[in-house]
Write a protein that binds this ligand. Structure first.
Ligand code: FAD
Ligand code: NAD
Ligand code: ISD
Length: 426
């Protein structure tokens, strides 16, 4: 038993939604395109799950944040797909793939064949068990990758008002969930192994601003250690988190955000992998010319830095997906993907954006005791990265433009003095 399509998108997350929009704009015919997703709902803007979705008042709920509203584009509801003859195969896991035969086998036993496959399987959250700690199955231990996880956090938070949450991990999930928990009137302690939060991106000085802000909001930080085990009650609920430094943190709930792994397993041994992702060229095409990969799962050449990167951010998922579809449907006219890495976050009343690469020397600017400050990164005499908290639309456009141009920097002291004005004048 099986169905055949010209184009199949495997995965139904952010990249899948933006790929579908691009296919529709370029005139895909009814019956040509299919999206297969393990999730039971049409593609949505995953970033909403750690922000609007967790708010106690007027929380974001589907269908309001289906793709592609995050980029101010159309909202692709199930009706939108139906009207265009785009098949949504939801709640269906693909359990094996054969790129030589161009087939996918679903967990329901159906074989789906394609002429062109776009892999958009994203990533999975790392589990504590992978670090030797048991307890992920406890009813008050939460992760956050998909809608089911977000619903679980909402349910677990409800009886915890006034109680204690321990957040494991000081990255994006840790920081954004900690803010949401505080807004839900839950006392939060964050635990992570590094010396400061957001260690992959922030300098100690930038991190210090956000940590101070969080402390003002009541968050406690336990840095430089990791959890070693949980205490459980007789119902198997976690009651405390034991740390490797010997301390014990009482917990009514736990949120874990300790990184992700791209979902590449189906293609291991069939496609070339690089840096943990599926290696693709500037057209997002893998080592098999009928297979493309986009979003979190793809390692693509970042022309600006002359090297391949795998990015775990929504803008990259949206743009790589659209570029892949452009390359598939208009191969002759579509050039190489020329992407400027862009990350952002919003927590409490704060909001920052980052463009480029955080390598080389960091040069801070602005008022770190006020509401607008930032940093430039200078590598090999050129500006390669820019961070700004509290900017206006024009400020962010300016740092993005300046970073893309990679201007030569002869005098770091002058860059520090000029600060944001440097980017605004480029
Ligand atoms: P995903 O959106 O994860 O989609 C992958 C899809 O593939 C899922 O639907 C999954 O179920 C499906 N799938 C996987 N394997 C199979 C299989 N075998 N069979 C069928 N289906 C399968 N980035 C930012 O830049 N800013 C933010 O503010 C931000 N906030 C975030 C908040 C949260 C809570 C999370 C989890 C991520 C956030 N991100 C953010 C990151 C961003 O959401 C991801 O980079 C983006 O979703 C990647 O898109 P993707 O399509 O590659 O993968
Ligand atoms: P992350 O990579 O941002 O952070 C992982 C954190 O885990 C590290 O900072 C570290 O503190 C911690 N850690 C690592 N090993 C640990 C251990 N053994 N014990 C305790 N802590 C440990 O990953 P994340 O925060 O889990 O986020 C998951 C994904 O979601 C990422 O791809 C991220 O980009 C994405 N996301 C992005 C945004 C955004 O861009 N605004 C928001 C939410 C999620
Ligand atoms: O990109 C995003 C983001 O950060 C969100 O919170 O999309 C969502 C919402 O803006 C979409 O509703």
């Amino acid at each position: 038993m099986g169905r055949a399509f010209v184009y199949v998108i495997l995965g139904g997350g952010v990249a899948a939604g933006y790929a579908a929009l691009e296919f529709a704009k370029r005139g895909v015919s009814p019956g040509e395109l299919c999206i297969i997703s393990e999730e039971p709902v049409a593609p949505y803007e995953r970033p909403a799950l750690s922000k609007g979705y967790l708010l106690p008042e007027a929380p974001a709920r589907l269908p309001s944040f289906h793709t592609c509203v995050g980029a101010n584009e159309e909202r692709l509801t199930p009706k939108w797909y139906k009207e265009r003859g785009i098949e949504l195969v939801l709640g269906t896991r693909v359990k094996s793939a054969d790129v030589r035969r161009k087939t996918l086998l679903t967990a329901t036993g159906e074989t789906i064949s394609y002429k062109i496959l776009i892999i958009a399987t994203g990533a999975r959250a790392l589990k504590l068990e992978e670090f030797g700690v048991n307890g992920s199955d406890a009813e008050n231990v939460c992760y956050l990758r998909d809608l089911a996880d977000a619903n679980r956090i909402v349910d677990v938070m409800q009886p915890c008002s006034g109680g204690n949450a321990v957040v494991i991990g000081g990255g994006y999930i840790g920081m954004e969930c900690a803010a949401s928990l505080v807004i839900n009137k839950i006392n939060v302690t964050m635990v992570f192994p590094e010396a400061h939060c957001m260690a992959r991106l922030f300098t100690p000085k930038i991190a210090s601003f956000y940590e101070d802000y969080y402390v003002f909001k009541g968050v406690k930080f336990v840095k430089g250690t990791v959890l070693s085990s949980f205490d459980f009650d007789s119902n198997g609920k976690v009651t405390a988190v034991m740390l490797r430094d010997g301390s014990r943190l009482p917990a009514d709930m736990v949120v874990v955000g300790i990184g992700i792994r791209p979902n590449t397993t189906l293609f291991e041994g069939q496609l070339t992998l690089e840096k943990g992702g599926i290696k693709v060229n500037g057209r997002l095409q893998s080592s098999n010319s009928s297979v493309y990969a986009v979003g979190d799962v793809a390692t693509f050449p970042v022309k600006l830095f002359g090297e391949a990167r795998r990015l775990e951010h929504v803008d990259s998922a949206r743009k790589s997906a659209r570029h892949a579809v452009a390359a598939i449907m208009d191969l002759e006219k579509t050039g190489e993907f020329d992407y400027l890495p862009f990350f952002y976050s919003r927590v409490f009343a704060l909001s920052w954006q980052f463009y480029g690469d955080n390598s080389g020397e960091a040069i801070h600017f602005g008022d770190f005791s006020g509401s607008k400050f930032g940093a430039y990164w200078v590598s090999k005499g050129h500006l390669v990265g820019s961070f700004l908290e509290g900017g206006t639309k024009e400020d962010y456009e300016a740092i993005a433009k300046a970073t893309r141009l990679k201007p030569a920097i002869d005098d770091s002291a002058m860059l520090e003095t000029q600060g944001l004005s440097f980017a605004l004048a480029v």
